[in-house]
Design a protein around this ligand. Structure first.
Ligand code: DGL
Length: 329
């Protein structure tokens, strides 16, 4: 029996169109409707019973917290319907890693949710969207995908939302997880080799149904010669937290420490993360976090740390508990 899969269109390159078939990187994004995308791939009809809706039509670089909440609530309502077996979201690839992690932490269901995009528009020679979407629907339809949280499917790979990040502006193999994908889709069959190790969906304290707003958290990207005023800008914007995408293992330039201490004094939580792309940040390693009342990521990329801190702050203000969340999720 075919699975019933709900598809939510939100835009991105998978909904893009170039002037010519050789425009693989320069094109208009978020212009093709989800119905048009689906009708361009007749092979999908044999995979599952599909119902599609256009929730948003925008580049994912424009996603703000209200878009995350809107998308999460819509998916949650679909998952509550008995006849829906899984949900696939078509999404721009720029912030797909943020949206997927947000859904991974806030949806309360064992049913598969797959977020999918493409690096080339459907109008290009060798587009990747049709196969990515075909694979995403296969993954969402498979009982083997239940209980794994939110997944990102791209380039024949199945990634856990917690780990995956976009690593290239144009390559089809842009999506990478530091510990590798959970599995692959080969010849119409998802093959899993690993499980997500960290708590998600049913095992988190956050339910999308209970969140009506998210606190704002900013990211400051460190570099040689950084002006401490970059940190002050976030503090002065009265945000609730700063993720400092530090160099190396969370190093903070001496002249920036004072600005981060001021941020903490003014009530913002400060998280040391790393701009390196992988690896853990050691608490009380490069900086005395206990003394400064700062936090560190476990190994979350700065953009994932921002999502996690926003969620954490909806329930918790105690530093020790916030720190525990970084090591748990
Ligand atoms: N505007 C970008 C976005 O929606 C296009 C990138 C893409 O989807 O590959 O994220």
């Amino acid at each position: 029996m075919k699975a019933n899969i709900a598809i939510i269109g939100t835009g991105g390159t998978i909904a893009g169109r170039g002037e010519s078939s050789v425009n693989t990187s320069a094109y208009a994004c978020s212009v093709v409707s989800v119905d048009e995308i689906l009708s361009g791939i007749p092979e999908l009809a044999s995979l599952a019973n599909l119902q599609a809706e256009q929730l948003l039509q925008m580049g994912s670089e424009n996603f703000a917290t209200e878009h995350l909440l809107l998308l999460g609530s819509r998916i949650s309502r679909l998952l509550q319907q008995d006849h829906v077996d899984g949900v696939v979201v078509t999404h721009g690839t720029d912030t797909i890693d943020e949206t997927a992690y947000f859904l991974h932490l806030t949806l309360k269901s064992m049913k598969p949710v797959v977020v999918v995009g493409s690096m080339r528009p459907p109008s290009a020679l060798s587009p990747d969207g049709p196969l990515n979407l075909y694979n995403a629907i296969l993954v969402a339809s498979s009982p083997a995908s239940r209980g794994k949280g939110t997944l990102v499917v791209s380039n024949d790979e199945i990634h856990t939302a917690r780990d995956v990040v976009k690593t290239s502006t144009f390559k089809l193999e842009s999506f990478r997880s530091p510990y590798g994908p959970l599995g692959y889709v080969v010849e119409g069959m998802p093959r899993y080799y690993r499980e997500p190790a960290r708590s998600h969906t049913l095992e988190t304290p956050w339910s999308i149904e209970e969140i009506d707003r998210l606190p704002e958290v900013g990211i400051v990207y460190a570099h040689g010669g950084i002006d401490a005023g970059m940190v002050d800008a976030v503090t002065n914007a009265r945000m609730s937290g700063i993720v400092y995408a530090a160099t190396g293992n969370g190093n903070v330039a001496e002249h920036v420490v004072g600005a981060l201490l001021r941020a903490r004094r003014e009530g913002l939580h400060v998280v040391r993360a790393s701009r390196t792309g992988s690896g853990v940040v050691i608490r009380n390693g490069a900086q005395p976090d206990d003394k400064y009342d700062w936090l560190v990521v476990d190994d979350q990329a700065p953009q994932k740390a921002r999502i996690l801190l926003m969620l954490a702050l909806t329930r918790e203000a105690r530093s020790a508990e916030l720190q525990r969340m970084f090591h748990r999720y």
